[in-house]
Design a protein around this ligand. Structure first.
Ligand code: DAH
Length: 335
């Protein structure tokens, strides 16, 4: 009796279960109502009383083994099913890469610029992209026949030969925001004014028909040219590192006197070159007069920076058009 129980036990452990069919076969052979485990228990009747306890224990053990094998095999098979591959799947193929988003280089540059000027005590203001003639030109001391007012440079939204003061333009610079600010706020004013501007210009690697500027304005009693230069140099060093190569040279703008421009040395494969990043100067008294700020009492400095060029220099991009084409292969380099 004990031997036949032992041999059933061996049969159960030796049975290979690899498929759903094997599993069903195992169940039928051993665990079903007419299976071998039940048959084994039927023999209990012929077991002498004094051996019943021992034989019963051995039989229960075999039943447990059979049930455990069944449960384990069933679980393994269902796990396999969930990761099973079809014939067409090639599990040696590389996993598809997953991408996280990134800030556009213009956004990053602007963010850095804002942080620098907030640190220097400036606050942030803004104004509209659609401007009238007064804010974009007249109040900024542009003479009526100034070339910047011309078709060549300006996108006109409304243009009238008889009443040029009714002209509406896409702002050609962020300087009109200075005018808006000074009209509503008494000095002291210390603000930057970031925004998009438009120019009817030929598109090249260095210029585009739309770009971004950060305007700056500081008006108070006794603001000096020295403070302007100090501020610009501080900006260049914070933006590009203290070993940045820069130069400041005289220039001309209708709304500042004296005026200047700042260049940053751009190291590239062709040996490098100076790149102009901003215009600046002391606010012209005519501008103060246009917005009723007392030019006897106050002085001020102003600057207008090109965010796009600053971004090109900061991130080593060599073509401004790259910033507007939104080529995903380029943008992914900035993660
Ligand atoms: N608005 C000028 C431009 O777009 C830049 C500029 C120059 C702004 C001098 C200023 C300034 O505020 O003082 O070319």
């Amino acid at each position: 009796m004990i031997e036949s129980i032992e041999s059933l036990k061996q049969e159960i452990t030796a049975f290979t279960i690899q498929t759903e069919e094997d599993l069903e076969e195992f169940r039928l052979q051993f665990l079903s109502r007419n299976g071998k485990v039940q048959d084994m228990f039927k023999m209990m009747g012929s077991v002498p009383n004094d051996q019943k306890a021992k034989v019963g224990k051995a039989m229960n053990e075999v039943k447990t083994i059979a049930q455990n094998r069944f449960d384990e095999a069933k679980e393994n098979l269902s796990e396999k099913k969930s990761v099973s591959f079809g014939a067409a799947d090639d599990i040696s193929l590389p996993v598809l890469p997953s991408y996280t988003g990134s800030l556009h280089p213009l956004t990053s540059a602007l963010k850095e610029m804002k942080q620098i000027f907030l640190r220097l005590g400036f606050n942030i203001a803004d104004g509209p992209e659609l401007e009238d003639d007064f804010h974009n030109f007249t109040a900024l001391n542009f003479p009526p026949d100034h070339p910047a007012r011309d078709m060549q440079d300006t996108f006109f939204v409304r243009r009238s030969e008889e009443r040029p003061q009714d002209n509406l333009v896409m702002r050609t610079h962020t300087s009109p925001v200075q005018i808006r600010l000074m009209k509503v706020k008494e000095p002291p004013i210390r603000s930057i004014m970031p925004g998009r501007v438009y120019r009817n210009e030929a598109v090249t690697a260095k210029s585009y028909f739309q770009f971004n500027q950060v305007e700056g304005l500081y008006v108070d009693e006794r603001v000096t040219l020295g403070e302007l230069i100090e501020t610009l140099v501080m900006f260049a060093k914070l933006m590009y590192g203290s070993d940045v190569k820069y130069r400041v040279r005289p220039s001309f703008f209708p709304f500042t006197e004296p005026s200047m421009e700042m260049d940053i040395w751009w190291d590239n494969e062709n040996g490098g070159q100076w790149l102009e990043i901003l215009g600046a100067g002391m606010v012209d008294p005519n501008v103060f007069d246009a917005v009723d700020v007392d030019s006897e009492k106050y002085t001020g400095f102003a600057f207008g920076m090109g965010v796009d060029r600053i971004a090109l220099l900061r991130y080593g991009i060599d073509d401004i058009r790259t910033l507007y084409e939104n080529d995903i292969r380029v943008l992914r380099q900035f993660t």
